[in-house]
Design a protein around this ligand. Structure first.
Ligand SMILES: Nc1nc2c(ncn2[C@@H]2O[C@H](COP(=O)(O)OP(=O)(O)OP(=O)(O)O)[C@@H](O)[C@H]2O)c(=O)[nH]1
Ligand SMILES: [Mg+2]
Length: 208
């Protein structure tokens, strides 16, 4: 039997990865939440799929994931993510990098504005993934938490700071981005299902 291609959903804890996964499932009731990591030191990478879904979903913690109890474990997980991607990048037809819009200002303040020698983990993750040839889509999730004006301001802050790290983010309008140097982004709300149709459409377009 032919193997299904994989969709990567990556992002820190609590950004909405499982919520997005559920929205993509033909049969969400059969999807049991917490998948992808265990409290143990080993990262469990368990692809999720359903009969009617033409791809598998792999949900991974982002670089910023640090368990409450152990900083070292955070580093350990990061290493495991790196090893996993290095080994499996060819299985992925698309990678969704999920970013919680509520966390952006803080991250950019601390690791960019106040200290130019550090790099925000989100940028590090985007840079790392762009080195492999996985097409990427950045999802700014939880936009329902902000007014339109604040949302624009925060996304702009992210984009402008990313530019200084050599990352070119472009707003995804309708079609697939062809230029390899540009990374498209989509504003999203898993709660309100904002842009869900668009997301599904993009996934279809990238499916091999
Ligand atoms: N307001 C709002 N809340 C959201 C949205 N998406 C997810 N949440 C909430 O955010 C919390 C975390 O969502 P999850 O989908 O479990 O996040 P996750 O990335 O899978 O988290 P981990 O499995 O811990 O890595 C839940 O309480 C969700 O209900 C959104 O678009 N808007
Ligand atoms: Mg989850």
């Amino acid at each position: 039997m032919k193997q299904k291609p994989s969709l990567l959903i990556i992002g820190n804890s609590n950004v909405g990865k499982s919520s997005i996964t559920r929205l993509l499932m033909p049969n969400p009731r059969k999807f049991k939440g917490k998948i992808g990591k265990t409290p143990g030191s080993t990262l469990l990478i368990k692809p999720i799929t359903q009969d009617k879904l033409p791809y598998k979903i792999v949900d991974l913690p982002g670089f910023g994931y640090i368990s409450q109890s152990s900083r070292r474990r955070g580093e350990h997980n990061k290493k495991q993510i790196v090893v996993h991607i290095e080994k499996h990048y060819e299985d992925y037809f698309l990678g969704l990098i999920v970013i919680n819009i509520l966390r952006i200002e803080d991250e950019i303040q601390k690791f960019f504005i106040q200290n130019r020698r550090t790099i925000p983990l989100s940028f590090e993750l985007i840079q790392f993934l762009s080195e492999f040839e996985i097409p990427l889509l950045i999802i700014f999730n939880k936009i329902d938490k902000f007014s339109n004006l604040d949302k624009k301001k925060i996304i702009n802050l992210f984009i402008e700071s990313a530019k200084e790290h050599g990352l070119k983010l472009v707003h995804l309008i309708d079609r697939k981005i062809e230029k390899k140097s540009e990374i498209p982004y989509l504003e999203f709300s898993a709660l309100k299902k904002t842009n869900l149709t668009k997301l599904k459409q993009i996934i279809q377009e990238y499916l091999p």
